[in-house]
Design a protein around this ligand. Structure first.
Ligand SMILES: [Zn+2]
Length: 309
């Protein structure tokens, strides 16, 4: 019996990334580094299970493509960020009228757990609250209050189940893995990118303001992007032919697509003032109408160009 399908694709990832690492650090050939924590592994990491395949975009929000990471980072980020991404998408869908939200409702003096469903169609009630988990006496009181027209207002406490900072960090995480996939170790090993990632990664100080400035939802793109992840290099306006300062990574989440953008530094920038530079880039992108021209040369699988005007 040969290796399982999962093991085989993991081996292919190992071979591809060990070749890439060896090309820039010949003394490390035969090994790989986890793109997130940079811990080094040789091929025995495939057998021990220390090296894993990790979804670039979490599977729960429609991602299929995988890259290489270590078991520790894969498990940690899974619980710390990706669940927030999945839960956040669920909440956004519920507000659009699909599925329901777990919440607490205060009604007739009782605080009860309820499912909130919002419907925007013409038929049926626009808002349905299905109470669950209340005591029979509480339900009776609520019923009589509702039938007696005594309810003037409802106080609802939505339990969204995700934190915006973690949701956005998961976007940066997916964008970072996208750039690792496209550019390899020259991206994740560069000084500026390393500084960026270690400053923002989970467990570091609260960087919510920065994380918020570097991520945004993008209105539906037409035509749809050819791939679930797309990388747009951003160059300085005054020096259009110089290497990019940053990348705008556009991520397509779920099967009913919703697009997000994350701005990450390029591998060409030094770590000093990197966050100031990114804030300027993001402010410029947000202020000017952006014309994204998806130029896909035949045979290309990623990295379309970006034009601003
Ligand atoms: Zn790791």
């Amino acid at each position: 019996m040969g290796p399982s399908v999962g093991r085989k694709s993991l081996e292919q990832l190992f071979d591809r990334f060990t070749e890439d690492l060896g090309s820039i650090r010949p003394e490390e050939s035969g090994t790989v580094r986890c793109p997130l924590c940079l811990i080094q592994f040789d091929k025995s990491g495939l057998i021990s299970g220390d090296l894993t395949e990790e979804h670039i975009i979490p599977g729960a929000v429609g991602g299929r493509k995988k890259t290489l990471s270590c078991k520790y980072c894969n498990n940690t980020h899974g619980s710390q960020m990706d669940s927030h991404l999945a839960q956040g998408m669920k909440a956004l869908r519920a507000f659009e009228g699909f599925g329901s939200l777990d919440s607490f409702v205060e009604i007739a003096g009782h605080k009860v757990r309820a499912d909130f469903a919002i419907r925007s169609g013409e038929k049926g009630d626009p808002l349905t609250i299905r109470i669950r988990g209340a005591s029979p006496s509480a339900i009776e009181e609520i019923k009589s209050a509702l039938s007696g027209n005594q309810v003037r207002g409802l106080k609802a406490n939505m339990h969204l189940g995700y934190a915006d900072g973690r949701f956005r960090l998961a976007l940066i995480h997916a964008a970072y893995l996208t750039l690792f996939e496209v550019l390899g170790y020259r991206y994740v090993l560069s000084e500026g990118v390393r500084h960026f990632w270690t400053t923002l990664s989970p467990g570091s100080d609260d960087q919510y303001t920065t994380i918020k400035a570097l991520t945004a939802s993008i209105s539906p793109l037409s035509p749809e992007l050819p791939t679930p992840t797309c990388v747009f290099p951003i160059t300085a306006k005054e020096f259009p032919s110089s290497p990019p300062l940053a990348y705008l990574v556009v991520l397509k989440l779920t099967t009913k697509p919703r697009y997000y953008g994350a701005i990450l530094p390029s591998e060409h920038v030094a770590k000093d003032n990197i966050f100031e530079m990114l804030r300027v880039v993001s402010a410029e992108l947000a202020a000017a109408p952006l014309h994204v021209a998806v130029r896909m040369p035949t045979g290309a699988t990623s990295s379309p160009g970006l034009q601003t005007s």
